[in-house]
Design a protein around this ligand. Structure first.
Ligand code: COI
Length: 373
C-alpha cells in the first residue's frame, strides 16, 4: 500500500499566481520531484486516490451564466449545500485524462480537447452549462503543472486528472441546479485492475444493465457508475475481474465493461459496439480504431451479439483508466470461453502503438499529444 508521507512542502499559492503556473512548475520541478520521488513507491502504483497538492475550481450561475476565471486552490474537501443538485438528483459528469512524463523530459496530455467536447455534450444531456474547450484544457493543464511532482517517472504510471462538472446549487423540486461547479483534481495512478496487465476474466451480466436506450449511458454522467457496483461486486465475489453488460432490450448485444469499452477481433476484422446512446464514446476507443485502421485492420462499429464475442479470436477492453487490457475469458450463462493470451496479441500491438505515440517514440502525426510545460 502506498502512503503519502507527511513532509510535502508546498509552493505557496500567491507565488504560483505571481510567476504563472508554468514558470512555477519549471522552477520548482526538480526539488519537488526529488522530494516526492523519495517518498513514493512508484513501482507499485495502483488505481487509488493519492491526495495531491492543488485542485482547480470555477463556478457558474444557472444555465444562462458562463464559467469565468477559475483558480487553483489547495486540494481538500469542498462545502456543498445538502440540497445541491448533484447530491439530490445526480446532476453531474466526470472525465478522466492522463498526464505523462517522457524519457527525454516534458509532460504531455493525450487529446484533452476530446474530453472537453465530451463534457460539453454530456452537459447538454444533463441540462448543465459547461466550460469552453479552452477553459477545460487550461484547467487540466494548470492542475497537472501545479501537481507536477506527483506525475510518476516515465514508464511508471501517470497523473490521472479528474474533471468534474456538477450542480452545486440547492434545488428541492426536481429541476436543474441554480449554480454549477467545475472542479479538477488529480492523483498518480498505475494499473487500473488488480490483475495488473494480466488478461481479464469477464462475467456476462444478464440481470443488471449498465444503461438503457434514451438514458444517459452515452455520456459520462456520474449516474452511470453507482448502478454497476452491485454487478461488479457479485462478479468479483465469484472470482471474475469485471462485468460485461448486455443491451437492456434484447439482452443479446454486448455493450461495455463497467469502466471501459470492448473490442473483438475475428480474422482481420476488429469490431466494437456502435455508438447507440447507451455506449460511451471512449477516447481510447476512438484512438484504437484509428490506429487499427492505419495498421490495415478492417474496423467496424456494429451490433455485436454475445455469440459473436464468444466466437472471437481475441477480445480486449479500452479506456483512459484501463488503457488497453486483454481479455482472457468470458463466462456467459455458465459457459466459459478462453481467448488466446500469448503473444503476438493484436491488442498488445495496438496498445504499444498508442503508448509509442503518447511517449514520443513514434511521430504523433495526428496532433493527439499536447505538451504542457
Ligand atoms: C476512465 O477511464 O477515465 C474512467 O472514467 C473510468 C472510471 C470508472 C475509472
Amino acid at each position: 500500500m502506498i502512503r503519502r508521507r507527511v513532509s510535502t512542502r508546498l509552493i505557496p499559492l500567491p507565488y504560483i499566481s505571481k510567476i504563472g503556473a508554468s514558470t512555477f512548475a519549471t522552477q520548482a520541478a526538480s526539488f519537488l520531484q526529488d522530494a516526492c520521488e523519495s517518498s513514493i513507491d512508484w513501482n507499485n502504483l495502483g488505481f487509488g486516490l493519492m491526495e495531491t497538492d492543488y485542485m482547480y475550481t470555477i463556478k457558474c450561475g444557472g444555465k444562462d451564466d458562463d464559467f469565468k476565471a477559475g483558480k487553483l486552490i489547495r486540494y481538500g474537501n469542498i462545502e456543498l449545500s445538502p440540497c445541491a443538485g448533484v447530491l439530490n438528483y445526480g446532476q453531474g459528469l466526470f472525465e478522466g485524462i492522463k498526464a505523462y512524463r517522457r524519457e527525454g523530459g516534458g509532460v504531455f496530455l493525450f487529446r484533452p480537447q476530446e474530453n472537453a467536447i465530451r463534457m460539453q455534450k454530456g452537459a447538454q444531456r444533463m441540462c448543465m452549462p459547461s466550460p469552453s474547450t479552452a477553459q477545460f484544457v487550461d484547467a487540466v493543464k494548470q492542475t497537472a503543472l501545479a501537481n507536477k511532482r506527483w506525475i510518476p517517472p516515465p514508464g511508471k504510471g501517470s497523473l490521472y486528472i479528474r474533471p468534474l462538472l456538477f450542480g452545486s446549487g440547492p434545488v428541492l423540486g426536481l429541476a436543474p441546479a441554480s449554480e454549477y461547479t467545475f472542479l479538477v483534481y488529480a492523483s498518480p495512478v498505475g494499473n487500473y485492475f488488480k490483475e495488473g496487465t494480466a488478461p481479464l476474466n469477464l462475467y456476462v451480466e444478464d440481470e443488471f444493465h449498465r444503461a438503457t436506450r434514451g438514458g444517459a449511458g452515452g455520456v459520462k454522467s456520474i449516474t452511470n457508475y453507482a448502478p454497476v457496483l452491485k454487478a461488479i461486486s457479485r462478479a468479483r465475489d465469484r472470482g471474475f475481474s469485471d462485468v460485461l453488460y448486455l443491451d437492456s432490450v434484447n439482452k443479446r448485444n454486448i455493450e461495455e465493461v463497467s469502466s471501459c469499452n470492448i473490442f473483438m477481433l475475428k480474422g482481420n476484422v476488429l469490431s466494437t459496439p456502435e455508438i447507440n446512446g447507451s455506449i460511451l464514446e471512449g477516447i481510447t476507443r476512438k484512438s484504437i480504431m484509428d490506429i487499427a485502421t492505419n495498421l490495415v485492420y478492417r474496423v467496424e462499429e456494429r451490433s455485436i451479439t454475445i455469440e459473436d464475442v464468444m466466437d472471437a479470436d481475441e477480445v480486449f477492453c479500452t479506456g483512459t483508466a484501463v488503457g488497453v487490457a486483454p481479455v482472457g475469458s468470458i463466462t456467459y450463462k455458465g459457459n466459459r470461453v478462453a481467448y488466446k493470451t500469448s503473444t503476438p496479441l493484436v491488442s498488445k500491438k495496438l496498445y504499444s502503438r498508442l503508448v509509442d505515440i503518447q511517449t514520443g517514440v513514434v511521430e504523433d502525426d495526428k496532433g493527439w499529444v499536447v505538451e504542457i510545460n
